[in-house]
Ligand binder design. Structure first.
Ligand code: ATP
Length: 141
């Protein structure tokens, strides 16, 4: 498998689980969060972890964000920060930006500002569980 450079912005449950899985698979993962405690907790699950406010263009530039192949924006509740972060990432030339949305309105704005892939964690997981329950080997579960 090719080794890529990923950055995960927002180290809550969703961001950490994406970051940890990528790191376990041997990928280079930079974890970024505005919250120092979250960054400290994440240190053992990623290649590097830094404290930064990703709504600040200079903070993104100082971590060399344009060099990352894929950036995952896992900020959810603070919609304004999530949207502004995606906008700046695309302006700075990040090729693939994957962003978590809380609902379809949030998702629509993320697409408008350039997100390449929008994820709806609860909705996507709900559909996955339903599909598993409907699969032939689970019908008697
Ligand atoms: P999860 O549902 O994944 O557990 P959460 O409930 O902690 O997430 P969110 O609001 O989605 O809540 O935030 C995810 C992470 O994003 C938090 O750790 C938060 O500190 C971080 N975050 C929020 N704003 C910024 C920002 N401007 N720059 C960097 N990180 C941020």
């Amino acid at each position: 498998m090719a080794i890529r450079q990923y950055a995960v912005i927002g180290l809550g449950r969703f961001g950490i689980s994406v970051a940890q899985r990528l790191h376990e698979a041997g990928q280079e993962v930079l974890g970024i969060d505005i919250n120092e405690e979250r960054v400290e907790e994440a240190e053992s699950f990623v290649t590097h972890a830094v404290i930064a406010d990703t709504t600040e263009e200079d903070a993104l530039k100082s971590v060399g964000i344009s060099n990352f192949d894929r950036v995952i924006v896992a900020i959810g509740n603070d919609m304004q920060s999530s949207i502004l972060t995606v906008l700046l990432l695309k302006e700075l030339g990040v090729k693939k930006v994957i962003a978590k949305a809380l609902d379809k309105h949030h998702g629509k704005v993320l697409e408008k500002v350039g997100a390449d892939w929008v994820i709806y964690p609860e909705k996507d997981m709900g559909e996955r569980v339903a599909n598993q329950l409907l699969s032939p080997n689970m019908l008697n579960y």
